[in-house]
Ligand binder design. Structure first.
Ligand SMILES: NC(=O)c1ccc[n+]([C@@H]2O[C@H](COP(=O)([O-])OP(=O)(O)OC[C@H]3O[C@@H](n4cnc5c(N)ncnc54)[C@H](O)[C@@H]3O)[C@@H](O)[C@H]2O)c1
Ligand SMILES: CC(C)[C@H](C(=O)O)[C@@H](O)C(=O)O
Ligand SMILES: [Mg+2]
Length: 361
């Protein structure tokens, strides 16, 4: 047995607990096959934390994160807050505070097209079949965190400021260039430099870094409106997309259409402290408790955890292969296979079963 890896499990709201349960199931199977000892410790976050502790990111959850080797995160968000514009405290504040407090400035969101799902994709085969791109979304700056933010005194106006420093841009750009070197060697900076001062600073800094340290990586630039179109028309032209917080949020949900469902997209958030792994999707409240949500995004986030935080590359790949095998056998939830859907827990059991049957490669 290897040394114990402590994993904080912050399941959150809506479908969060259901999809996290499947990822934990799969991680336990991996532990059994590969001889890894994972210890899971649960913590409150989001609306569940407001209900239990009066705070969407309580200090005890922060301490748990700091004392863990990795964090598995489900989703936060609840209609009772979404439908109340005057709510004093919101689940989303917990997620943002957590990202900031843990210094998780780089959110890495890979997008793949699966052979087994090409038929059900709303997009044309020949456009999407070679898709293999990854979005590097800046996660702790920009309009999400800029000050001032709020309402004017007479309540007739509201404002959100966007702010970026060169250092914030440079540190994530380094991660994007380093990733590109191990992939198809291309970075596309997505911005709105024709309008925004922050975007022009991004171009300036990324160009400078490219010239001084990454000349051998191909670098190009796209305005975000054009990028949104090119992602659908020509997704295989991309390798690494580098972009700011808000553009990355929007483009990643859009990119999920390529694979066939938002329920397939995993992510890793890395930075100064314990890394966090979470599906790109939200708490999908309409599906809460129905055992219909797709758990694959969270299961693949667990694979990213194994690779990125624990350097267990083969074990991570065994999860990815088990997911592919399951999809090839048409095992999937209703977002993927409408005519003969499997439940959330069936999909998790199936993927777990594939891992348990596999010899170590
Ligand atoms: N990281 C997060 O925790 C996160 C991310 C996005 C949204 N949210 C929150 O989630 C709540 C709901 O937001 P929303 O409806 O805009 O976004 P959402 O991602 O929860 O759902 C949007 C749509 O995507 C599909 N979908 C999402 N997850 C799926 C899954 N696992 N399987 C199958 N289909 C899936 C469904 O069709 C759903 O209607 C809000 O409170 C929002 O703030 C949280
Ligand atoms: C819930 C919200 C704050 C969050 C974001 O915008 O970052 C979500 O959409 C995401 O993509 O993780
Ligand atoms: Mg989002």
């Amino acid at each position: 047995m290897s040394e114990i890896k402590k994993i904080a499990v912050l399941a959150g709201d809506g479908i969060g607990p259901e999809v996290c349960a499947e990822a934990v199931k799969v991680l336990k199977a991996v532990g059994q096959v590969w001889g890894h000892d994972f210890q899971f410790n649960e913590g409150y976050v989001g609306a569940a934390a407001i209900d239990a502790k009066g705070d969407p990111y309580p200090q005890e959850t922060h301490n748990l994160c700091l004392n863990s080797d990795a964090i598995l995160f489900g989703a936060i968000g609840d209609p009772k807050y979404d439908n109340d514009p005057n709510a004093k405290v919101r689940p989303e504040q917990g997620l943002l505070r957590m990202r900031k407090a843990l210094g998780l400035y780089a959110n890495i969101r890979p997008v793949t097209a699966y052979e087994a799902l090409l038929d059900s994709s709303p997009l044309k085969h020949e456009r999407i079949s070679d898709t293999d791109l990854v979005i590097f979304r800046e996660l702790t700056g920009g309009i999400y965190f800029g000050k001032p933010s709020g309402r004017s005194e007479n309540d007739q106006e509201a404002f959100d400021a966007s702010l970026y420093s060169r250092q914030e841009i440079r540190r994530i750009a380094i991660k994007a260039f380093e990733a590109a070197k191990k992939r198809k060697n291309k970075v596309t900076l997505v911005d709105k430099a024709n309008v925004l001062a922050t975007s022009r600073l991004w171009r300036d800094e990324v160009k400078d870094l490219h010239k001084s340290e990454y000349k051998d990586v191909e670098l190009d630039y796209l305005f975000v409106d054009n990028a949104a179109m090119q992602l659908i028309l020509n997704p295989s032209s991309f390798d690494v997309l580098l972009t700011e917080n808000m553009f990355g949020d929007i483009l990643s949900d859009e990119a999920s259409v390529i694979g066939g469902s938002l329920g397939l997209l995993p992510s890793a958030s890395v930075g100064d402290s314990t890394a966090l792994y979470e599906p790109v999707h939200g708490s999908y409240p309409q599906a809460k408790g129905k055992n219909i949500a797709n758990p694959i995004a969270t299961i693949l986030s667990a694979a990213m955890m194994l690779e990125t935080s624990f350097n267990m590359v083969d074990a991570a790949n065994s999860i990815r292969q088990a997911v592919k095998d399951s999809l090839n056998e048409k095992i999937g939830t209703e977002d993927l296979f409408k005519s003969n859907p499997h439940t959330t827990s069936d999909v998790g059991d199936y993927i777990k079963g594939k891992i348990l049957k596999k010899e170590k490669v």
